[in-house]
Design a protein around this ligand. Structure first.
Ligand SMILES: Cc1cc2nc3c(=O)[nH]c(=O)nc-3n(C[C@H](O)[C@H](O)[C@H](O)COP(=O)(O)O)c2cc1C
Length: 340
């Protein structure tokens, strides 16, 4: 029996989850990843079984000042719904205003970023800097919750273990968010200074789970069935949000939920080509070509002879040319696979 078949039977890990009245048939989500989880990538992950996804983080201040970029980041289509809109900011009124605007436009859930470690964000007291101020967290969440009440839209938060290394504040911050009206808490078990290095501490997620009544979603280092099983067992979490494990690997959702196995080479090729086309459709030729460069690295990691493809893809600004490069690479790869 394979691990994924094993997991299918282990319904203790894969199960439905309800967040603020939204019912999800499975508890495996796509985590927000700035620069990665845009509309094309979310569509591909949804196709592979991600039941819920978030936008990249969007500046509430940017929304307030009508920045085009903020609205572009929120671009969506009906077939990918439900998708949560993730906002970052530190001013309760501005956050509430942005949350209301997206609720008016049909967002089914608003998530608040309390985990971003980047200096340009934390320097403004936003992202993971909020982990130093449970009182402010409560006020932000309460303001957003109040703005969303008329729409029946829940607010959730996504946090880290804490800001300063060694000073774990996720339990008090999660309790503050819950008092403010958060319908769920996602916890990434690293301190701000760790960025994405070292290991995510799943026991921190357990401490939050034992403290709050709302669902707790685990984030951090779940990349396959074994890490999913271990993370869920250690943390007792209600669900998991997959981040880096989905980069170049949208199939992770069907694998983890026991709905399928790893892709064949031809399926991989088809999804990669679809990704490039979706990027062109939603972002235009030039942006598609430049943004696809990072995705191709992830998709082809570990595949034979992929370095030259990456070089070629990085040199062209034409989507048709990228498609030709990918097709010819997979044709050569298929030709060289021994037939039994
Ligand atoms: C490139 C990148 C971008 C990220 N962007 C966001 C973001 O916009 N909002 C957020 O809450 N977390 C963001 N994160 C954190 C992830 O959602 C996740 O919590 C973290 O990567 C740990 O999970 P993983 O090990 O599954 O990647 C980002 C992480 C990475 C690597």
């Amino acid at each position: 029996m394979t691990r994924s078949e094993n997991l299918k039977d282990e319904s203790t890990f894969i199960r439905p989850v309800v967040i603020g009245g939204l019912e999800f048939p499975k508890n495996i989500f796509l985590a927000p990843l700035a620069g990665v989880t845009d509309l094309p990538f979310r569509l591909l992950c949804k196709e592979q079984g991600a039941v819920f996804a978030y936008t990249e983080m969007i500046s509430a201040k940017g929304v307030h000042y009508k920045s085009v970029n903020s609205f572009e980041l929120a671009a969506t289509v009906p077939e990918e719904q439900p998708v949560g809109v993730q906002l970052f900011g530190s001013e309760p009124e501005i956050m509430a205003e942005a949350a209301k605007l997206f609720a008016e436009r049909g967002a089914p859930l608003i998530d608040i970023n309390m985990g971003c470690p980047m200096r340009k964000i934390t320097g403004n007291g936003e992202g993971s800097a909020l982990m130093r101020s449970p009182e402010l967290i409560e006020r932000i969440v309460a303001a957003v919750a109040e703005a969303l009440t008329p729409f029946g839209v829940p607010v959730t938060v996504k946090m880290r273990r804490g800001f300063d290394s060694g000073n774990e504040t996720c339990v008090e911050c999660a309790l503050a968010a819950e008092r403010g009206g958060a319908a769920a808490v996602t916890v990434h078990g690293r301190f701000r200074e760790e960025y994405y290095s070292g290991k995510s501490d799943w026991t921190a997620v357990r401490r939050v789970k034992e403290a709050v009544r709302v669902p707790v979603i685990l984030s951090g280092d779940v990349v396959d069935a074994a890490t999913l099983e271990a993370a869920m067992a250690v943390s007792g979490a209600d669900g998991v949000a997959i981040g880096r494990g989905a980069m170049g690997n949208p199939w992770i959702f069907r694998i983890l939920s026991g709905a399928g196995g790893p892709p064949s080479l031809s399926e991989k090729e088809a999804v990669i080509e679809k990704h490039v086309r979706l990027l062109r459709q939603y972002k235009g030729e030039l942006t598609a070509a430049s943004e696809f460069r990072k995705h191709v690295l992830w998709y082809l990691k570990g595949l034979r002879g992929s370095a030259s493809v990456r070089d070629k893809v990085c040199k062209t600004e034409s989507v048709d040319e990228i498609l030709r490069i990918i097709r010819s690479y997979f044709r050569d790869l298929n030709d060289s696979v021994p037939v039994n």
